[in-house]
Design a protein around this ligand. Structure first.
Ligand SMILES: [Zn+2]
Length: 103
């Protein structure tokens, strides 16, 4: 009978609240997989998590929507991948113009 006092493990109250992110995946992790997600290249479990995350996280959802629109433009122009920062910048500028056109 050992006096097991592992109170360090239990930080029930007052401890630093580690909020569970939506979908059990952090924003950083979700964003990291944005292209794979949009291309459907993720395994089902991760795709499901990110889907759940996007359902609850508005900032990430709008980011993913934006990236999807970005990829659409890239494909529309017959380009393969936005590897060139300059090209990416140009396309982003085009998208921004379209979005702000109504204002
Ligand atoms: Zn998020």
């Amino acid at each position: 009978m050992f006096p097991v006092s592992d109170t360090t493990e239990r930080s029930a109250d007052g401890g630093p609240a580690t909020e569970a992110p939506p979908g059990g995946i952090s924003c950083a992790a979700a964003v990291q997989h944005v292209y794979e997600y949009l291309d459907g290249e993720l395994d089902d479990r991760l795709e499901e998590r990110i889907g759940a995350h996007l359902g609850a996280c508005a900032p990430c959802r709008s980011l993913f929507d934006f990236e999807r629109a970005f990829l659409d433009v890239v494909r529309e122009k017959g380009l393969t991948a936005p590897e060139s920062p300059e090209l990416r910048e140009r396309i982003l500028a085009l998208l921004r113009e379209e979005e702000e056109g109504g204002a």
